[in-house]
Design a protein around this ligand. Structure first.
Ligand code: UDX
Length: 452
């Protein structure tokens, strides 16, 4: 199938590369010339495990451009994967989605037979909005191609975006047109049937059942994305809320949540207590859901509580440092990890940045290290008065405390003897409950986890 992907961010580029691997003819459109140039040179402009090698395998079959043409607009499927940043009131900003819709309306040729798909996380009603913009534009031009707008929300996680694309639990399509649903079913058929040869380095997981193909209305598809992300964020916030009480009564949250999660009705994932969730989706989507509810005069106390717990959680790490070091002014803190989670270079809403900012405000000297996020942090947060170190041990140099904020593998396998030698103090705050407490205590460290 001829597929055009509008927007080459985490979702668009991953989806485009995966669809090209599955044999589709893919064109990626991004209005940022620098991104297009990088893609033409074979360099994906973002860090995502496995993307570089898969991209180099399929890129000769892909095309890249900064603008739509009649040919790319009139593909069999056009996936709109542009950003929907939050507005001040929490509502998603649809500017780029609408821009893409207008560009499509201006370029779709008379003979097109195209399904336009909203893959960006968009508020309820956006498929209708896009459809209206496209139809108006086409009417103005006096052309009548066959067009349908569907919603097909994306559930991929950064850091495992390709894996999630090839091995999803479900694919959700919201559409009123049976022919459009059928076309999207065919687009994803190799994934639905798991009939493709797994790409190098992305083996099919054992015991993985076939993904479920869910067809529903555009409105239900749009709402399900917000509901899924709010539920996942709520699960983590729940674990963090229990972590606070676990600490007070002397229980260990990791053992509590293991026991809780083994109940099949609950499930073990997204119960990891720590410094709280971040990233471009959870906060944005929970707030967008709350903004939607507000428009209907409807209260959502669970969603509100999910945010409140997460905001409080970000202070927990600083509180612990204060409890351990007593005075933060004049102390040196080694900060391990900046990105909002491991295996990505994404710093959006990263808890580590909040912690860093607060520590600097309180007069601490912060020496940070992150395996991939440092140049981006320097570029995107020039105001942040951090020192950047070339390694985890260098970040620990002369430090009173080390704080783990992102559980990159590199930190889990660090040489603790060398860390002990480099540090002035012995305090280790494990903001992700990812380190081996007893091993650290044996080496003389003073270990502080979250909720243990
Ligand atoms: C999320 C959703 O998982 C995905 O389905 C959606 O499409 C986009 O938003 P993402 O934000 O990329 O994906 O990352 P995810 O792995 O879900 O982690 C989000 C945050 O939660 C991270 O900051 C992570 O550290 C934190 N987290 C995750 C926890 O604190 N505890 C956990 O148990 C799991």
């Amino acid at each position: 199938m001829r597929v055009t992907v509008v927007g080459s961010g985490y979702v668009g580029l991953t989806t485009g590369v995966a669809l090209a691997y599955l044999g589709h003819e893919v064109s990626c459109i991004d209005k940022n010339e620098a991104v297009v140039e990088a893609l033409r040179k074979g360099k994906p402009p973002l860090h995502e495990p496995g993307l570089d090698s898969l991209f180099s395998e399929v890129r000769h079959r892909m095309r890249f451009a900064s603008e739509l043409t009649a040919e790319t607009a009139g593909a069999d499927v056009v996936l709109v994967c542009v950003g929907t940043p939050p507005q001040r009131n929490g509502d998603a900003d649809l500017r780029y989605v609408e821009e893409a819709a207008r560009a499509l309306a201006e370029t779709l040729p008379e003979a097109a037979d195209t399904v336009i798909v909203n893959k960006s996380t968009v508020p309820v009603g956006s498929a209708r909005r896009v459809e209206a913009i496209v139809r108006e534009g086409l009417a103005r031009r006096g052309v009548r191609p066959q067009v349908s707008v569907a919603s097909n929300p994306e559930f991929l996680r950064e850091g495992s975006a390709l894996y999630d694309t090839f091995y999803p639990d479900r694919i959700v399509v919201g559409s009123e047109d049976p022919w459009a649903v059928e076309r999207l079913r065919r687009l994803y058929l190799p994934i639905l049937e798991q009939s493709f040869t797994p790409p190098q380095g992305l083996p099919r997981p054992d015991g993985q059942g076939l993904p479920v193909f869910i067809t529903t209305t555009p409105t239900s598809a749009e709402l399900c994305k917000y509901a899924a992300n709010t539920f996942l964020a709520m699960k983590i916030s729940f674990a963090n809320e229990i972590a606070g009480i676990a600490e007070r009564v002397g229980a260990d949250i990791t053992e509590v949540m293991r026991a809780v999660g083994l109940d099949r009705r609950i499930g073990p994932r997204y119960l990891g207590a720590g410094a709280g969730w971040g990233g471009s989706c959870f906060g944005k989507d929970v707030r967008a859901l709350l903004a939607l509810a507000e428009q209907y005069g409807y209260e959502m106390p669970l969603a509100q509580g999910t945010l409140r717990v997460n905001e409080r959680q970000r202070r927990v790490v600083v509180d612990k440092l204060q409890a351990a070091l007593k005075v933060l002014r004049g102390s040196t803190v080694g900060l391990w990890g900046l990105t909002f989670k491991p295996n990505t270079d994404d710093l959006r809403d990263a808890p580590a940045l909040d912690v860093a900012r607060r520590l600097v405000e309180m007069g601490a000297r912060v020496r940070a290290y992150d395996p991939v996020g440092m140049s981006r942090a320097q570029r995107e947060h020039p105001d942040l008065a951090l020192e950047y170190a070339p390694s985890p041990v260098a970040a620990a140099d002369d430090a009173d405390a080390v704080v783990l904020m992102t559980e990159w593998d590199e930190f889990l396998h660090v040489d603790w003897q060398a860390v002990a030698k480099a540090m002035r103090g012995r305090v280790v705050i494990d903001g992700r409950n990812a380190l081996d407490r007893s091993a650290l205590e044996r080496l003389g460290f003073q270990y502080w986890g979250i909720g243990r």
